[in-house]
Design a binder for this molecule. Structure first.
Ligand code: NAI
Ligand code: MG
Length: 352
């Protein structure tokens, strides 16, 4: 079997961690007997500096023909930071109806969580972030910005269609895990958009009587991430809240660099895109010290999506073996380089 994979390194540490992830993908492809037909695309802020745009005009038409997109992150300090999402990330996510942002949070063996009383069994849940609408639709404007009467607004958009599909995905996911969905909301103050969000989710919940459904406000949920993460199984939340909570999830795992994710179109009408939860980390780029595990985990999530379950599992076992050995990058107080950590996962795959 052959899968067509578009590889987009992006900017900053993307050019270090994506090749690290690809080396792991190549190792499992050889072991499990499938082919990866990979093509690289230079899109991102670096591309913008040469061409005045984050990707070529025909990029979406080209990417559409792939089975998946393996992506790092885009954005550079010297490039206008309102552009990466507008011209690349949000554009790909919406154009390809990747309405699920699947972001697991899990404590790996050998990694110390800043929550020092919590163990591997306490920190193991998934943030399901609505990925196509909500607060990130980028509909708004700045008016008379330079004048005393200046003002600005961004409008959030929530549709019944959009809420229902992310809710169904979350309840189905909970059935494969521990049968519990927590809707993280703020309907006590966002009394239109999020009250409607809650109402539609509660309706969908009725179709899954076997799944425990609860609602929690984002402020309480943030505290609970730190104080009692063991209460969570599947968190269903909006685009903005999910963005913030997944960085907090990365933090309680021990480092932002550990978090993998999938921007998923569950119907497989379009390619899905797999990337770490963090950004391009320009502050540590070019030093071979970035943690590649979030990128490698994203590779496993991609293979799971493509149906290569055993290969995905083998990658996860390789990550755990690597962290358990104390083979850690600087963000986890280790001394290993980006390539050494990736090499350790590759060795595990080749020798098991
Ligand atoms: P960031 O996630 O890039 O970095 C935040 C902090 O975490 C930094 O101190 C960084 O060194 C550290 N970090 C992140 N990934 C790491 C890794 N793999 N290993 C070790 N340490 C790691 O967030 P920041 O600084 O807010 O944004 C930088 C750029 O990335 C901006 O241009 C932003 O727009 C862009 N960005 C792009 C995203 C995407 O393409 N999906 C997502 C988030 C931000
Ligand atoms: Mg983010």
């Amino acid at each position: 079997k052959t899968y067509k994979i578009a590889v987009v390194n992006g900017d900053g540490i993307g050019t270090e961690i994506v090749p690290a992830g690809v080396s792991v993908l190549d190792a499992v492809a050889e072991k499990y007997g499938f082919n990866l037909d990979k093509e690289e695309f230079p899109f991102g802020a670096g591309y913008f500096r040469k061409h005045g745009k984050f990707m070529s005009d025909d990029a979406l038409d080209i990417l559409k023909k792939f089975d998946a997109i393996f992506f790092g992150a885009v954005g550079l300090p010297e490039v206008d930071d309102t552009l990466p999402a507008k011209d690349y990330t949000f554009r790909v996510r919406t154009s390809f109806e990747q309405y699920v942002n699947y972001r697991p949070v899990k404590l790996f063996p050998g990694v110390e969580s800043p929550l020092r009383y919590k163990t591997e069994k306490d920190i193991d849940f998934v943030v399901v972030r609505e990925n196509n609408e909500g607060e990130f639709v980028q509909s708004g404007k700045i008016m008379h910005g330079d004048k005393p009467g200046g003002m600005a607004m961004d409008t959030s958009i929530f549709t019944r269609f959009g809420i229902e599909r992310i809710a169904h995905y979350s309840f189905k996911l909970a059935r494969k895990r521990n049968n519990k969905v927590t809707n993280v909301t703020k309907s006590n103050t966002l009394i239109n958009s999020l009250a409607y969000w809650d109402r539609v989710i509660a309706e969908v919940a009725k179709e899954y009587p076997d799944v425990e459904y609860t609602k929690m406000y984002i402020d309480n949920a943030s505290a609970s991430f730190v104080l009692r993460p063991e209460i969570f199984d599947v968190i269903l939340t909006t685009n903005l809240f999910g963005d913030i909570l997944s960085d907090l999830g990365g933090a309680i795992m021990g480092s932002l660099g550990l978090g993998g994710s999938g921007n998923i179109n569950p119907e497989k009408d379009f390619p899905s895109m797999f990337e770490p939860i963090h950004g391009s980390a320009p502050d540590i780029a070019g030093q071979n010290i970035a943690n590649p595990i979030g990128q490698i985990w994203s590779a496993a999530i991609m293979l799971e999506h493509l149906g290569e379950t055993e290969a995905a599992k083998n990658i996860m076992d390789g990550i755990e073996a690597t962290t358990a050995k104390g083979n850690l990058t600087k963000d986890l107080r280790g001394t290993a380089s980006t390539s050494e950590v990736a090499q350790s996962v590759v060795e595990f795959i080749k020798t098991t």
